[in-house]
Design a protein around this ligand. Structure first.
Ligand SMILES: [Ca+2]
Length: 227
């Protein structure tokens, strides 16, 4: 009987020791033992070092974000600059609709020289895509304080085939009202091969007449803002 009790306590002691050892292993696995030389001071140093690393990482992230923001500001500035160029007219040009117009009151030139003058400014003689654009140009010219006798070159002619009027942009010129005026009660264009260039004729309230291309009038220059 005493022997049985002794064996029981031996087995129980071994099992308890094994169980205790297993718990220790799990604890060590998840909670690394402190270095034997670890002191409160070194723990504080470790925490400070960890904070320093975190701060460094935050600072680097902040620098990346700031870089991205700077790049975005750069792109937006370029876009704003591009858009402002797109919607503003240079120099003496006046913005009307999606075009810029400039009546060069100080110039008197034949049609071809007037066209070259406008092209040197980055544009061409004016064309009108519809009646509204023509009406806007009429208003601009009449407000430009020009004398009634003034005549203004625009970008249309029938120099290739008599009677086939085309804008310098290559499109057909419209006929009749509200564009063309009358001469001696006859609707223009009516001057035949002696008049192959289009001009807004002051004495006829600046409606379009066909005139001799070598006559000297004032260029109405145009820069298109959009296609
Ligand atoms: Ca003609």
């Amino acid at each position: 009987m005493r022997l049985v009790v002794s064996v029981f306590w031996m087995v129980a002691g071994t099992a308890w020791a094994l169980e205790e050892n297993s718990v220790d292993n799990i604890y060590d696995e998840h909670f690394s033992p402190l270095h034997p030389n670890c002191t409160q001071q070194s723990l504080t140093d470790l925490l400070l070092l960890r904070q320093e690393v975190l701060l460094k990482e935050l600072k680097e992230a902040e620098q990346v974000s700031a870089g991205i923001l700077r790049e975005m500001v750069h792109i937006l500035t370029d876009k704003a600059s591009f858009m402002s160029r797109e919607v503003s007219c240079p120099g003496n040009f006046r913005k009307l609709g999606d075009t810029c117009l400039y009546l060069a009151k100080e110039i008197d030139a034949n049609w071809e020289a007037a066209r070259v003058f406008c092209q040197d400014l980055g544009g061409d003689l004016a064309v009108f895509r519809d009646a509204n654009a023509f009406a806007e140009a009429l208003g601009y010219i009449k407000n430009s304080v020009v004398v009634k006798a003034t005549t203004v070159w625009v970008g249309g002619r029938d120099h290739l085939v008599e009677g086939e009027w085309r804008w310098v942009s290559g499109e057909d010129m419209p006929r009749g009202t509200p564009y063309w005026g009358d001469y001696n009660y006859v609707r223009e264009p009516a001057q035949g091969t002696t008049a192959n260039c289009a001009a807004m004729h002051g004495p006829d309230d600046f409606l379009i007449h066909d005139r001799g291309c070598q006559e000297k009038y004032k260029p109405l220059c145009q820069i298109k803002l959009k296609n």
